[in-house]
Structures are given as C-alpha cells and as structure tokens.
Design a protein around this ligand. Structure first.
Ligand SMILES: Nc1nc2c(ncn2[C@@H]2O[C@H](COP(=O)(O)OP(=O)(O)OP(=O)(O)O)[C@@H](O)[C@H]2O)c(=O)[nH]1
Ligand SMILES: [Mg+2]
Length: 338
C-alpha cells in the first residue's frame, strides 16, 4: 500500500524528452506550410516534454493519500517512520515544479511561434534546459519520497474499526503463544519502527464483532526509561489503535525476569498508555508454584478485577480472555450508546 513509484530526475527527464521526440516524429504538415514545419516540431517537443513530466508528478500527487485524512494510527506511524512535515514538504515541491513547468510550457510555446523557423531549435533547447533545471531542483525531494515509499511499503494493515487489544510484557513470558491461541491463526507480520521482528496482527470474530490482537516484539517488552522520544512516539501510534492492553505477567519467572521488574514494566506501560485500560493476566500458571510471587504481583498492581490465570501453551484460560474482551466490548458499546 501507500506511495506510488517515484522516478529519479533523470528518469523523469528521459521519459519527457523521449516522448517529446516521438511526438515530434509524428508531426505532419502540408506542403504549403513546409517552412513552418520546424517550428511546429519544436513546439510539439516543448509541449509534450512539459506535459509528460507534469502528468508524472500529477500522478504521484494523486496516488499519494492525504495523511490528514488517514486514521490517527497511520498519521502517527507515518510521522514516526518518515516525518509527516518532510513528506508534505516534498509533495509541495512536486506541486511547485508543476506550476513552473506549466509556465515554461506556455512561455516557450509562444516563443517558438514568434521566432523565425531557423531559430526554433535554439528556443526548444533553451526550454529543455529550463525544464531539466526545474526537475533537478527537486531531486532531493524525489529521493526522499522514494525513501518514504520504501519505509512505508510494509506499513501494518490494521482494522481501525475492530476492538483491539495490544499485548505487552517482558520477553519470553508467552505473548506470542497467547496471541496465537486467542486468534487461532497465523498472525500477519508487518513492519513497525524500532522492532526488528515487526508487529504481529491477529484477528478473530465473535458475535458479529471483529477483534484484533497485536503483539509488539521489542517495543512493549522493555523498560521505558532508556527509550528516546521517537521510540515513545512509536508507542503513541499504538495508543490510537489499542482499546485495551493485555499485560502478561510470568509469575513462574521461567522467562528470566523477576516479578519486581515485571511490576515495574507494568507501571511504565500504564503511564505511557494513560487513557487505555490495562488488563493484567498471569501466564505459565502451570509452572507457577510460588504463591509468594503471585501475591507480590497482586499486591503491587491496581486492578478492579482479579487478574486472569492462564497457561497459554496448554490453552488454559483462553476462553476467559475472549469472554473478557467480549465483556469489554459490550461495555464500550453501552458507553457509546450504540
Ligand atoms: N509451561 C508453559 N510454557 C509457556 C506458556 N506460554 C508460553 N510458554 C513457553 O514460553 C516460551 C516463550 O513463549 P513466547 O510465546 O515465544 O513468548 P513471547 O513473550 O512472545 O517472547 P518474545 O517474543 O521473545 O518476547 C515458549 O517456549 C513457550 O512455549 C505456558 O503457559 N506454560
Ligand atoms: Mg513473541
């Protein structure tokens, strides 16, 4: 999805000038106007070159979605991945080039018409020089658009309507296992800034309602204090998607993280996703034999409900999670008055 193909300045000019040559070869003039033939040919070359290049830029502008009309998740994602201001500035440069090319097209067409036949080629050469310099002026911008295209090529395709749960928790606590169990299908993998593994998106449907579960390896599984502003912004993009966070604890500590650290991460996540409810759940309950660890977590988190007890790899507690999501969804709908 997203940006159309972006040519280099040379490619743009080659296309414009070679099309112009072909169009000129097709020019037929009657014998009476033979002396005007050279003028007509140069006129066609100027007009065709300008028009082809303008159409190329116009097509890019038309095929590029308006960022401000996209759902907030995409706006933030694009901003984090490439920068919305830079993107807009570069698209603005294409607009600028098209304005100048339109003027050159008119100006040089008239010039050729007014010039003696023997200097028509000279005028056309001058026009091509001006055209080339306009296109080369926006070389950096075309470069950037191409970079943006590459960066946004694998932008996650998310369902902005579905009730969406984002999974958080330290590495190895069972997040991916959990997500697979809940959604019952291989998740789609999409790029996400600052996660080498990309994010995983799974879907399921219950009672005509779509649910989406998002796993974010390398993003919501480490302490926040070391993160820079851009990384934090990457998480803000997620906040637009997340109706709720499923925070996975591993009281068995077989993941290698003490419960104290897990509780700290829980609080950091709650701080970042200030307006999103966070539901804690305890995974690997088949291995969790230390009551003290479970108590410690329970005493150091706040939640109105008791955390769900789960053993994802055994499929235990999955039905309860789904029931919880359904209940959440019903409540949301009631609050919205649907
Ligand atoms: N015994 C037991 N093992 C589990 C359970 N859930 C997950 N595991 C195992 O724990 C290991 C890690 O599970 P993952 O689902 O990959 O954990 P993760 O949180 O996605 O890990 P990262 O993607 O590395 O952050 C795997 O070997 C799982 O089979 C569980 O409930 N009980
Ligand atoms: Mg995982």
């Amino acid at each position: 999805m997203f940006l159309p193909n972006i040519p280099t300045p040379d490619e743009v000019l080659d296309k414009g000038f070679s099309r112009a040559k072909k169009a000129a070869a097709k020019v037929r003039t009657s014998k009476i106007h033979r002396q005007h033939k050279s003028k007509r040919i140069e006129e066609v070359r100027i007009q065709t070159a300008c028009q082809v290049i303008r159409d190329t830029f116009e097509e890019i502008l038309e095929k590029t979605p308006h960022v401000e009309e996209l759902p907030m998740f995409y706006q933030d994602y694009i901003d984090v991945a490439v920068g919305v201001d830079d993107l807009k500035r570069c698209l603005g440069a294409l607009n600028w080039a098209n304005g100048v090319l339109e003027k050159l097209q008119n100006q040089y067409t008239h010039k050729v018409r007014r010039s003696p036949p023997e200097s028509a080629a000279q005028v056309r050469k001058a026009a091509f020089g001006r055209i080339a310099s306009v296109v080369n002026r926006i070389g950096d911008e075309l470069d950037f658009l191409n970079y943006a295209k590459q960066k946004l090529r694998n932008i996650p395709t998310v369902d902005t309507e579905a009730t969406t749960a984002v999974i958080a928790g330290f590495p190895n606590v069972g997040k991916s296992t959990l997500m697979r169990r809940i959604t019952n299908a291989e998740p789609e993998v999409a790029d996400y800034p600052f996660t080498t593994k990309g994010i995983q998106i799974g879907h399921f449907e219950r009672r005509w309602q779509n649910y989406q579960i998002i796993d974010t390896p390398g993003l919501l599984d480490r302490p926040v204090e070391d993160m820079n502003q851009i990384e934090l912004n990457a998480m803000v993009a997620l906040e637009h998607l997340a109706d709720l966070i499923l925070f996975v604890f591993d009281p068995s500590q077989t993941s290698g993280f003490p419960v104290e650290n897990q509780v700290n991460l829980y609080w950091e996540i709650r701080k970042i996703f200030r307006n999103t409810p966070v539901f804690p759940l305890f995974n690997k309950m088949d291995l969790a034999d230390d009551e003290e660890k479970i108590k410690y977590i329970e005493q150091h988190i706040t939640t109105e409900d008791k955390p769900l007890m789960v053993a994802a790899s055994e499929g235990k507690g999955i039905a309860e999670i789904i029931a919880k999501l359904e209940e959440f969804n019903r409540e949301e709908m009631r609050n919205r008055g649907d």
